[in-house]
Design a protein around this ligand. Sequence first.
Ligand code: FMN
Length: 168
Amino acid sequence: MFIEVDSSSLELNPFTAIGSDNFLITAGNDDNWNTMTAAWGFLGVMWRKPVFGIVVRDSRYTYEFLEKHSQFTCSFFPPDFQEALQYCGTHSGRDTDKAKVTGLTPVVVHDNYVSFNQANMVYCCTKASKTIIDPADFIDPSIDTHYPKKDYHRLYLGYIEHILVQEE
Ligand SMILES: Cc1cc2nc3c(=O)[nH]c(=O)nc-3n(C[C@H](O)[C@H](O)[C@H](O)COP(=O)(O)O)c2cc1C
């Protein structure tokens, strides 16, 4: 069962949590949602509010859900879910049922946010802004090597409305 915690009480290393352990970005509603694995992102403060920044290429099915819905979640998992995260990061929801294959069970929290019962930390976010990553803005030209297909990321900053953790 999830309980809500305040951002001031977090003891999280964003570099390992995001960059090494990875997380799931989920958008949609109870009936129709999609999720994908992410290894890039940001936790910080913007416009005087705690924000989570995610970067999603426009080729992802999840991108369509992020465009349609005003909320998204970023869900973190215990180490034994690495295989599930790997699956969600290498298959598209366009042609597979990620929940069925991985065993992750979707749950709606705070009315509008879709996450999974197995998550140990969930950031419930409302979209605040979207920026198209434009290669014309790259100061370091080598960044473009990340985009052989020219499917540049969309950077969404989301206000962190709720942070949920599993009750001990
Ligand atoms: C470890 C890992 C990290 C990833 N990080 C990102 C990311 O930050 N942004 C992104 O657009 N895709 C990322 N991907 C790729 C997507 O998760 C992948 O393309 C996924 O299949 C998209 O699913 P969808 O089409 O159902 O949205 C990552 C994949 C893996 C395996």
